[in-house]
Design a protein around this ligand. Structure first.
Ligand code: ADP
Length: 468
């Protein structure tokens, strides 16, 4: 069979760019797909970021893009990474400020619409004609809208199928009329889309893609309902083929306590006792006193979504149980302030670190007993998966991907992988729980195959449409 060619567009892809789970997924999925024999190329906006010399960056010709009535130059920096090609695509509307997401929405809309269209131009220049254009989230979604409109008449793009993966329905990037116009895209009058969202990048992507998925089956169901549909539930329900859910995997090479360079003592299920070294080291690093109770951890963007207010509310209860708590996060200054107040009031049991710190996150996963994920909603969630991989038992809210990835030990004591507090006082049961959690299979193999099927379906859908 001919090698399937996939062009992936995303705002983040680890190890180059990572703000949250999107970076992990767009980093790991191409690797899984390459293992299935696909030629996967990833394009990211070039915000002028510094790229390690080891990646051997080359500058390529990107051509020009008609933008706001003039020909705007498209820049391309290319490199080989993880066995595949990555391109940083830039141009004047993408500021060289090193920021993934800026503070100003109008600027971001311009930047991402330009990126989406410039990426397509770059692919043409590279003569890389993909079978599937796979867009992650709203940011590059204008590319799907192009495929669904003008792209249908262009030989180069006529047979390219569009796939959209929704990682978070809340970030819709509405109000992009000016940017869409600058990019020469037609106005949308699709009556399935609420009027306000007809200039919204995510809604246009959902409407235009041949196939749409999200990152867990439960979230795929939840977003069809009004409560979690963020205004797009009718559009999501109207879509054919239906919006499906493909659970995220976890890159076992990137997240592995047996090889992790950032942690004090490497371990695996056979050397689980060594985990304690990591917990002691973590307490020492955080200046927490030694204690007999469990160490709870939360690693997250500081955002309403993540339910940190619930943690603030239960903090007295945790302390009463002799537990300690560490929170690592960056985001809302307001939430950071509340957390800092809590830590100041209880220096012996609560530590808060504000900032993005990958190495500390790893030491937390390796040393904490419990990973808290009290999210209000969670499309998939990776911190519970990483926690499980590192023997830190997840305590999660039953929503979205959390419900799909954690087996509640209170309901299923034999197969449980999630937290029940009582278990902590029973070392043997706790250890068995850790072993099951660490051995739970979240490799990218299954989701890789599911994406392969989704691509095939998208290609079929596009072909049928194009033949009509
Ligand atoms: P989301 O994508 O909503 O941010 P996920 O749980 O899917 O949430 O993914 C979060 C990812 O970002 C995980 O890899 C987590 O370890 C990482 N992360 C979040 N906040 C921080 C931080 N402050 N420092 C280091 N890593 C972080």
């Amino acid at each position: 069979m001919r090698r399937l060619k996939i062009l992936m567009l995303a705002a983040e892809a680890a190890p180059l760019v990572k703000v949250g789970g999107l970076g992990d997924v767009a980093g790991a999925l191409p690797v899984a797909l390459r293992k299935l024999g696909m030629d996967v190329r990833v394009m990211l906006p070039d915000n002028g970021m510094r790229v390690p010399a080891a990646y051997k960056v080359r500058r390529l010709a990107g051509g020009t893009l008609a933008w706001g009535g003039r020909a705007e130059r498209v820049t391309v920096r290319a490199m080989k990474l993880n066995g595949g090609l990555y391109y940083l695509v830039g141009g004047r509307p993408i500021p060289h400020d090193g920021k993934v997401y800026g503070a100003d929405m109008a600027g971001d809309l311009r930047k991402f619409v330009f990126f989406a269209l410039a990426a397509l131009r770059a692919a043409e220049r590279l003569q890389f004609q993909p079978d599937v254009l796979h867009v992650h989230d709203a940011h590059p979604s204008a590319a799907l809208y192009f495929l669904g409109t003008a792209g249908r008449q262009q030989r180069f793009w006529k047979f390219t199928a569009g796939v959209l993966t929704i990682h978070n329905l809340a970030y819709q990037f509405n109000g992009a009329a000016a940017a869409l116009e600058a990019g020469g895209l037609a106005q949308c009058d699709d009556t399935r889309i609420p009027v306000y969202a007809r200039t919204g990048l995510l809604a246009l992507g959902i409407a235009a893609a041949d196939c749409v998925n999200t990152v867990s089956p439960t979230y795929a169901r939840e977003i069809r309902r009004k409560e979690q549909g963020a205004g797009l539930q009718n559009l999501l329900r109207a879509r054919r083929p239906e919006v499906c859910g493909i659970l995220n995997g976890l890159d076992g090479g990137v997240w592995n306590p047996a090889t992790d360079q950032a942690i004090a003592a490497k371990f695996d299920v056979r050397r689980l006792a060594r985990r304690r070294v990591n917990r002691d080291a973590l307490r020492a690093e955080l200046q927490l006193p030694a204690a007999g109770g469990p160490l709870f951890a939360l690693v997250a963007r500081l955002d309403w979504q993540k339910g940190l207010d619930l943690v603030l509310a239960v903090a007295p209860g945790l302390r009463a149980l002799g537990a300690q708590l560490v929170v690592l996060g960056s985001g809302s200054p307001q939430i950071a302030k509340q957390l800092r107040q809590l830590a100041r009031a209880h220096p012996r049991s609560v530590v808060v670190r504000v900032g993005f710190d990958e190495a500390l996150a790893r030491r937390i996963y390796a040393g904490a007993d419990v990973v808290l994920v009290p999210s209000r909603y969670e499309p998939c969630g990776l911190t519970q998966l990483i926690g499980m991989r590192y023997g830190a038992i997840p305590l999660v809210r039953a929503t979205g991907g959390l419900a799909d990835t954690v087996v509640n030990v209170a309901v299923d004591p034999v197969r449980g992988t999630g937290f029940m507090f009582n278990y902590f006082s029973e070392p043997r049961a706790w250890r068995a729980l850790q072993v099951r959690a660490m051995q739970a299979d979240f490799s990218w193999e299954l989701p890789g195959r599911a994406y392969a099927d989704l691509y095939a379906q998208a290609v079929r859908t596009r072909r049928t449409g194009a033949a009509r």
